[in-house]
Design a binder for this molecule. Structure first.
Ligand code: ADP
Ligand code: MG
Ligand code: ZN
Length: 489
């Protein structure tokens, strides 16, 4: 507590724990063969199992387990050799069986962590597998007073990733969510499509007087599906709880909903406790056994993770942290494109400069942000970079050539040859051009001799112009200097 002008001002700090639901990237559902494709007509991807018809038996999708194991390993979790599916009982119209098959006391994996850009780790409590529910559609245009149920989503394979309450701000929560998406997408476990519901986050938020105080009562805000909304929802919730406590009230443990339109959270229901769900082991599924060999095969199949790749780009290619981050994390397909360009012969520095500079500029102008939309193949960019780096063409001409490559699909060398764009070095043409420039600009020559160095730059510009940009600037400089020395005073 601080005193400001005699008024007691209590400041609070937030504590945040996140539960992320990620849809596993399988072709079919977790316990039946129905497709998981998004956007199918309502209730067409359904069968007796996912409709919950009596007597229908679930069969676990091996691919879903494989992807869940990958995610667990990427998050440095311990994968348990035996885990158990459990029924989580609740009634809701989009849950036809009256229970969700999830995991409870024995989840697939526990004890991992995810690194943020600050170097801080957020610990992962557990990862369990479960099925998604269906979807209730309220107030459709043709029947505003009805609720429709679409069960296409019912039985979609999910993992729930529960964090420890380690997050300390709304911005940190958004970064955690975004790094989680990046990681899951990079290992092929999830498509990361948040608009289609492939990735959702529940935010548990509480406040306390300072970092050493015990945790306060938390609220859980459900199903936030964008990084920005998550940040807004948490910021709102922190402020709301501070208002409640500051005005003498107490925070109630409850489930809240975020309204994208207003940026506010609204109370939905009082928080249920685990015992309300009457969890018990799913009798229709044997315990899930993931052998050591299975875990090791999944580990071996993991691609290089974003943190490791960024570090390698710095150490192996000498890139700055900033450029490595851009290529690995911020430009989709940037890392692969970069490595292919270097493998084709360009220098690492040149490749990163050209990709992050000119190539990205043209890509943006063309309305793209994804390197797979670049029509210039890495091997062709590399050819261009080598021409520029060996001074065959000037960097101004090289930019021009890149634009031409983009539209025509032709190679750099082909364009340079066909259009005579190669730089002219110590040649008769350059000698003649410089002679003419000196003759035509007697004033500037006199100024240069009088010690005005700016006049030299002017003469270089004139010579470059006379050569239509094709002269090697180094050659112009050298020749011009020696000519100016030659002319007697
Ligand atoms: P439940 O199963 O009821 O959702 P859990 O114990 O699994 O409860 O916790 C769910 C999430 O809430 C976890 O991410 C955890 O880190 C977070 N959490 C727990 N206590 C607090 C708290 N006091 N403030 C903020 N988050 C919390
Ligand atoms: Mg929970
Ligand atoms: Zn089905």
């Amino acid at each position: 507590m601080e005193l400001h002008g005699g008024i007691a001002v209590v400041s609070y700090v937030p504590v945040i724990g996140l539960e992320i639901h990620a849809q596993l990237l399988t072709a079919t559902k977790i316990f039946c063969g129905c497709r998981t494709s998004f956007g199918a007509p309502p209730n067409t991807n359904v069968c007796p199992v996912c409709l919950g018809l009596p007597g229908a038996l679930p069969v676990l999708n091996r691919r879903a387990v494989d992807l869940a194991v990958r995610a667990a390993l990427a998050l440095e979790c311990q994968v348990h050799h035996t885990s158990v599916f459990a029924r989580k009982n609740y009634f809701y119209p989009d849950l036809p069986k009256g229970y969700q098959i999830s995991q409870y006391e024995q989840p697939l994996a526990t004890g991992g962590r995810l690194r943020l850009s600050s170097g801080k780790y957020i610990r992962i409590t557990r990862i369990h597998m479960e099925e998604d529910a269906g979807k209730s559609l309220h107030g459709l245009a043709d029947s505003a007073s009805h609720t429709h149920i679409d069960l296409n989503r019912a039985g979609t394979p999910l993992i729930e990733i529960v964090s420890e309450p380690d997050v300390r701000s709304a911005a940190e929560a958004a970064e955690y969510f975004s790094r989680m998406r990046e990681l899951l997408v990079s290992i092929g476990a999830c498509d990361g499509n948040m608009e289609e519901g492939s990735l959702r986050c529940d935010a548990n938020v509480s406040i306390r007087a300072d970092e050493s105080a015990p945790f306060g009562t938390r609220t859980e805000t459900k199903n936030v599906n964008s990084f920005r909304f998550l940040e807004q929802a948490i910021a709102f919730e922190i402020d709301r709880q501070i208002d409640v406590v500051s005005s003498g009230g107490t925070v109630i443990q409850e489930t809240r909903l975020f309204d994208n339109a207003t940026g506010r959270t609204e109370s939905m229901r009082s928080k249920e406790d685990a015992h309300d769900y009457r969890y018990f082991p799913e009798p229709d599924l044997a315990p899930l056994v993931v052998t050591e060999a299975w875990v090791e095969a999944a580990r071996a199949a993991l691609p290089e993770l974003p943190d490791a790749k960024t570090a390698r780009f710095v150490s192996a290619y000498g890139l700055s942290d900033y450029d490595a981050n851009l290529l690995v994390r911020l430009i989709p397909g940037g890392a692969d494109y970069f490595e292919a360009t270097v493998a084709a012969g360009a220098s690492a520095k040149g490749a990163s400069n050209w990709i992050l500079g000119e190539l990205r500029r043209i890509l943006k102008d063309a309305g793209g942000d994804d390197m797979t939309a670049v029509p210039v193949e890495p091997i062709r960019l590399s050819e261009l970079i080598v021409l520029a780096e060996t001074d065959v063409i000037s960097s101004t001409v090289a930019k021009d050539v890149l634009s031409k490559m983009w539209v025509s699909g032709r190679g750099a060398k082909a364009i340079v040859d066909a259009e005579g764009l190669a730089q002219v070095g110590d040649s008769a043409a350059l000698q003649a051009a410089i002679g003419a420039v000196l003759a035509e600009n007697a004033d500037a020559v006199a100024q240069y001799r009088a010690g005005k160095s700016a006049a030299f730059g002017f003469l270089v510009g004139q010579a470059m112009k006379a050569m239509k940009g094709k002269a090697n600037p180094k050659a112009i400089n050298a020749l011009l200097k020696s000519e100016l020395e030659k002319i007697p005073n």
